[in-house]
Ligand binder design. Structure first.
Ligand code: MG
Length: 262
């Protein structure tokens, strides 16, 4: 295990403050969600809240694979878009959409990361259930994040919370360590995956747990814009994410989840 990924009490305190700021920024965007609102309007208000609070958006300008810097503060991903949708698009949300809002910020040189999927107006029951079940699987993963257990215990808890007769668990993208960088080791897959290796969870580790669940196949692909990840079969997907610290008392959520009625 890399000791650099163990955070001090001071680091965690800064991430707690940054996570609270991030949660406020996300809430401000959620409060604007309704049919007709443009994605870029949600992005602008979230950016403003982060900057007014002394933070800095961490996705904006981020180079994932070393190509195009990410163009927005929030990843906004609608319906069959799973994650990494560009938030500055001039696209209006429509009644019945489900919209993933994923956001990260730097605060006092530490970063936090979180996401929620929200309904736009009246949404079909199967899509609401997809969102509820995805959120529940995230909390199952959080509850398994206990010092001395393994990363694979988190992965198994998420996987076991998802009925794979109904849903696909996205395998190509995974949760991750977070804090000194936007993405740090270890990978936190949302299923039992041998290819990512395994490691022991320790006090002071900070990780982002983020199940991405679909109503069809687990298979995803990149859209033509070079960023947005979409389902191959065009079925809807949901995404929830929290940053947590592993403490002596158990997992602590550093990015309080907004209350979303689903
Ligand atoms: Mg993340």
């Amino acid at each position: 295990m890399l000791m650099a990924n163990i955070k001090t009490a001071q680091d965690i305190q800064y991430m707690r403050e940054g996570g609270a700021l991030l949660s406020r920024a996300l809430q401000a965007a959620i409060d604007l969600v309704k049919p007709g609102v443009k994605m870029h309007e949600l992005d602008a208000i979230a950016k403003n809240v982060i900057e007014e609070g002394g933070g800095k958006p961490s996705f904006l300008g981020y180079k994932g694979g070393g190509q195009i810097p990410f163009p927005s503060t929030v990843c906004i991903s609608r319906n069959h878009e799973v994650v990494h949708g560009v938030g500055t698009r001039d696209i209006a949300l429509e009644e019945g959409d489900i919209v993933g809002l994923d956001i990260g910020c730097w605060y006092k040189d530490l970063c936090t990361d979180m996401a929620v999927t929200v309904p736009v107006g009246n949404v079909r029951e199967e899509h609401l259930k997809l969102m509820r079940d995805t959120r529940a699987s995230m909390y199952a993963g959080v509850d398994a994040a206990i010092a001395g257990k393994m990363v694979s215990d988190i992965s198994g808890a998420v996987e076991d919370a998802i009925d794979q007769k109904t849903y696909g668990i996205v395998k190509a993208l995974v949760g991750h360590g977070v804090g000194h960088a936007v993405h740090e080791p270890p990978n936190i897959p949302n299923y039992r995956a041998k290819r990512f290796g395994d490691s022991t969870l320790a006090v002071g580790m900070c990780i982002a747990i983020e199940p991405m669940i679909t109503l069809g196949t687990h298979k995803v692909q990149e859209a033509d814009d070079g960023w947005t990840i979409v389902t191959v079969d065009g079925k809807h997907a949901a995404h929830f994410e929290v940053t947590i610290a592993i403490t002596e008392k158990g997992p602590e959520i550093l990015t309080p989840q907004p209350e979303v009625q689903i």
